[in-house]
Design a protein around this ligand. Sequence first.
Ligand SMILES: [Zn+2]
Length: 329
Amino acid sequence: MQYDAIKRQERLKKHLQRITESGQISHGYLFEGPAGTGKLTLAKIFAQTLLCKNSQLQPCEVCSSCVKANADNHPDIHVIDLEENTIKRQDIDEIQENIYVKPYESEKKIYIIKDAHKLTVQAANTFLKTLEEPPSDTVIILLTINAHLLIPTIVSRCQLIKAEKESVKAIETLLISEYHIDSQRARLLSGYSKGILQRAMSIEDGSINTLKLRDEMADIIDTLLSRSHSAVFEYEKYFEQNKDEIDEIIEIMMIWFRDILFFKVGAGERVINADQMALLEKQSLKINRVKCAALYTKLQEAYENVSNNVNYRLAVDHLLFGIQEVKNG
Ligand SMILES: [Zn+2]
């Protein structure tokens, strides 16, 4: 795969190319960007370039190393994706054991670790030792949605590679002009893009589930607004199951209530969830404008609480009760 597999991110791609071209390769890289940025693809292309036999700028696609990398069976590129909530100590032990083995057929071997923020503190501390004294032929690439979620000593051992952001308006324009997406859909996708075109495209093709979560949130908010306090407890299980996506869920709620506020002040043209206009209108009739504006602070608090590991269930309950309080009367 070559860098043009990733939309935009030109500055970042150039930066990665300068690194491989210079031959000054660090032992640790930390790729940071929201879900849907293409971090894994970028890390794989970067890794493939490091091992390519013909080019230091981007994969030549024809050498034996590139062919294997493209087939995802290069013996010196290891992608660690445990698909569990945490990367455990034993997995780290395994990496540590193997990391001191020489590369099979390349000059380097590369470990790409997805969702590095899911390393447990214990595993992270063990792993840190590997980063402090890595074998000279090893490159470790950590991927994360947010560098602040990792222990700072790990971050300081790595070179940070951050996904670039653009204005939401710029992305909306691009979606319309270059991808021929209709204006309502373009507004929706760009509104949830966090300023990253690749993310907007991933929402569109369903590889990230923002719109499904948005629909579930709209339903939950609807129920909370029409029922008593007991409704809050019925959603505890849902929020427990979606704990990993709580940041995303809170951001979706922020955009939803922002839309309701726009609707209430007659600025419907600024609504992002324009495909849900009828539901927004129905809910806006039940909601008090001043209280809705105050809910914003509660959403920000919830965001901070869940990031700081405050009792998760309490933080969620507090937020859901807060949503019920925005009703008129
Ligand atoms: Zn090659």
